[in-house]
Write a protein that binds this ligand. Structure first.
Ligand code: IPM
Ligand code: MG
Length: 354
C-alpha cells in the first residue's frame, strides 16, 4: 500500500527524534512492502524564523493532502518572549483545529522493563499501569472567546452537545477494546459546561451498556491518579483538564520520553507526536529518547492505516531493546547500557529487521 505522511520535525529534539522515527517507517515499509511517501514541512519556532509565522499556510496544506502527520515538538526559549498569538505553540493549536483533530489519545503505560522509574511506590504500581487518557482537543477554554480590558482578562470555557458527544463516543469505542471502564472527569460542582458534559456522557453511555462509567471531579482525579492509579482504564475529559491530567498520568509511568500520542478526527487522518516537548537543554546532543516518537509511528500505523501487524512489530522491537538493557539518558539506571538518540533508533531498526 501507498501512504502519504507529512513530517513536521519542529524544534529542539523534535528534529532528532523524528529522524529516527522516519528511519523506522522506512524499515517497516521495506519489510512489509508499503510505500510511505514523506513530505517535510515547517511548523513552530523554525517556521517563525523561516516564514514569519508558526504555522505557514503551505504546512497546513501539506498536512491536509496527507494520510497522516508525524510531528516532533515545537517551541524553545528563543521564541518565549513573543506575544501569545505568535508563539510556536500556536502551530499545534492551528494544526489541531485546522485538521479537525478533536480526539487526543494519550496512553500512559508503564513498561515492565522500567518499573523502577515510576516515582510511585511499588505497592501502588503493582504489576504495571495502563491508562488511556482521551482528551477533547479542539474545544473548551483553549478555543473559547478571550480578551483583555484595562485591568482584567478572560478566557471562556464552552462545550456544545455535539462536541461532547463525539469525544465521548471515541472514549467508549476505545473502552470497548480495553477493560470497559470509563471515568469521565469534570468540575460539575462548579462549572455549567461540566454539568452539560455529565448529562451528555450519561446519554451516550446508554448506547454502551457493557461499559462501566463513573464521574469524577478533576481535583479528585488528580489526587486519585497518585493515590490509586490502577482504578483507571479510560479517562475522558475536556481540553484543559486533559492537558493537566495527561502530564500527571505520564509522569507516574516514570518515563515521559516513552509516551506517544494520537490526535484523531472524524476521518482516518491523524496527527501523531510524542507527549514530551522540544527539550532545548539537550537538543542537538544525541541525548534525546526517540522511543516516544517511534511508538507514535506505531500508533499511526494502527489508527490511521489499519496496519496492526506492522504496529505490533514496532512495539515489540522497542520492548526487546529495553529488555536487552539499552537505555537513553532519561531512563538510564545502574547496570544498563547507555545509548544515544541515533544508536537507540538503530537498535530498534535492527530488531525490526530481524
Ligand atoms: C500539550 C501541550 C500543548 C497543550 C501546548 C504546547 C499548546 O501542553 O500538547 O499537552 O496545552 O495542548
Ligand atoms: Mg500539555
Amino acid at each position: 500500500m501507498n501512504f502519504k505522511i507529512a513530517v513536521i520535525p519542529g524544534d529542539g529534539i523534535g528534529i532528532e527524534v523524528t529522524a529516527q522515527a522516519v528511519k523506522v517507517l522506512k524499515t517497516v515499509g521495506e519489510k512489509f512492502g508499503h510505500v510511505f511517501e514523506m513530505t517535510e514541512a515547517d511548523a513552530g519556532g523554525c517556521a517563525i524564523d523561516k516564514h514569519g509565522e508558526p504555522l505557514p499556510a503551505q504546512t497546513l496544506e501539506v498536512c491536509k493532502n496527507s494520510d497522516s502527520v508525524l510531528l516532533g515538538a515545537v517551541g524553545g526559549p528563543k521564541w518565549d518572549t513573543l506575544p501569545g498569538s505568535q508563539r510556536p505553540e500556536q502551530a499545534l493549536l492551528g494544526l489541531r483545529k485546522g485538521l479537525g483533530l478533536f480526539a487526543n489519545l494519550r496512553p500512559a503505560v508503564l513498561h515492565q522493563a522500567l518499573k523502577d522509574a515510576s516515582p510511585l511506590k511499588p505497592e501502588i504500581i503493582g504489576d504495571g499501569l495502563d491508562i488511556m487518557v482521551v482528551r477533547e482537543l479542539t474545544g473548551g477554554i483553549y478555543f473559547g472567546d478571550r480578551g483583555r480590558t484595562e485591568d482584567a482578562a478572560f478566557d471562556t470555557m464552552k462545550y456544545s452537545v455535539g462536541e461532547i458527544e463525539r469525544i465521548t463516543r471515541v472514549a467508549f469505542e476505545i473502552a470497548m477494546k480495553r477493560n470497559k471502564n470509563i471515568v469521565s472527569v469534570d468540575k460539575a460542582n462548579i462549572l455549567e459546561n461540566s454539568r452539560l458534559w455529565r448529562e451528555v456522557v450519561e446519554k451516550v453511555a446508554k448506547e454502551y451498556p457493557g461499559v462501566q462509567v463513573s464521574h469524577m471531579y478533576v481535583d479528585n482525579a488528580a489526587m486519585q491518579l497518585v493515590r490509586n492509579p490502577k482504578q483507571f482504564d479510560v479517562i475522558v475529559t475536556g481540553n484543559m483538564f486533559g492537558d493537566i491530567l495527561s502530564d500527571e498520568a505520564s509522569m507516574i509511568t516514570g518515563s515521559i520520553g516513552m509516551l506517544p500520542s494520537a490526535s484523531l478526527g472524524a476521518g482516518k487522518l491523524g496527527m501523531y507526536e510524542p507527549v514530551h516537548g522540544s527539550a532545548p537543554d539537550i537538543a542537538g546532543q544525541d541525548k534525546a529518547n526517540p522511543i516516544a516518537t517511534i511508538i507514535s509511528v506505531a500508533m499511526m500505523l494502527r489508527y490511521s492505516f489499519n496496519l496492526t501487524q506492522e504496529a505490533d512489530v514496532i512495539e515489540k522491537a522497542v520492548s526487546s531493546v529495553l529488555d536487552k538493557g539499552y537505555r537513553t539518558g532519561d531512563i538510564m539506571s545502574e547496570g544498563m547500557q547507555l545509548a544515544g538518540t541515533a544508536a537507540m533508533g538503530q537498535l530498534i531498526i535492527d530488531e525490526i529487521q530481524d
